[in-house]
Design a protein around this ligand. Structure first.
Ligand code: ATP
Length: 231
């Protein structure tokens, strides 16, 4: 589903990302971990054509992301609050996206009903603008928006950050359910090793822009990651 080939990003002399090759098959839940500055967000931004690579390429479903727009129809993402419209309420924002995606009111209700537990009565039906939401509630709006329009690929940058413990558990359940039912290919970056190892089939560890581990064995992931991070 996603193919990365000799992907490199350099700012002046500093090489911040250098990934030889990565192949993420359809329906995989791909976890990305690494210390601050390892290059996780840079990699996600290049996959979404928000940052131009110094070299190499990214393809989604056979489409090179820098060379066309078709991949956008099957891709959803929430990286940070810049992707939201701060002057709208969450309801206004979801309505705007509903029109863009050509969804009916019933489609939107069906979609948002999956988020009832996660929203915890703090997101919908309020007069609060997105700019005034707490960081956790902003994240919930962004994730619900990223999953609109039946995407086949969804990228989430630090989805558990700023969520309270109940919301983290609810989000994990929601991602696992979406993965099962909608067969979405998820790419999830996280500093939370417990959550990411629980939901992902594969974990890639970045260090200074390079892939230093590519783990598929669920039973061994946590031990290996703990050993690395306690180093
Ligand atoms: N526009 C830029 N100009 C110069 N350096 C940049 C720029 N954007 C990112 N970097 C550098 O690229 C490196 C990778 O940053 P990135 O945000 O991708 O890391 P990360 O793994 O997401 O970190 P974190 O866990 O802290 O979110 C960092 O050293 C960062 O300072």
């Amino acid at each position: 589903m996603i193919k990365i080939n000799s992907l490199k990003k350099q700012y002046k002399e500093a090489v911040v990302l250098d990934v030889e090759s990565l192949d993420i098959p359809a329906t995989e839940c791909f976890g990305l971990v690494g210390n601050n500055g390892a290059g996780k967000t840079t990699l996600f931004r290049m996959i979404l054509d928000l940052v131009r690579p110094t070299g190499g390429s990214v393809s989604i479903d056979g489409m090179e992301v820098t060379k066309g727009e078709e991949w956008k129809k099957i891709t959803g993402a929430y990286l940070d609050e810049h992707m939201l419209l701060a002057y709208l309420t969450p309801d206004e924002y979801f309505q705007t996206l509903r029109k863009i995606y050509g969804m009916t009111e019933a489609d939107l209700e069906a979609h948002l009903s999956k988020f009832t537990e996660l929203f915890n009565d703090e997101v919908r039906g309020k007069k609060k603008y997105i700019r005034d939401l707490s960081k956790g509630n902003l994240k919930k709006v962004g994730i619900a928006a990223a999953l609109m329009g039946k995407p086949e690929v969804v990228l989430l940058d630090e989805p558990f950050e700023n969520l309270d413990p109940s919301s983290q558990i609810r989000l994990k359940k929601l991602i696992l359910k979406e993965k099962e039912e909608s067969r979405i290919t998820f790419l999830i970056s996280s500093h939370d090793l417990n959550h990411v190892t629980e939901i992902c089939d594969r974990i890639v560890l970045l260090e200074k822009g390079k892939v230093i581990r590519d783990m598929h064995d669920k039973a061994a992931m946590m031990t290996e990651l703990e050993a690395y991070f306690t180093g």
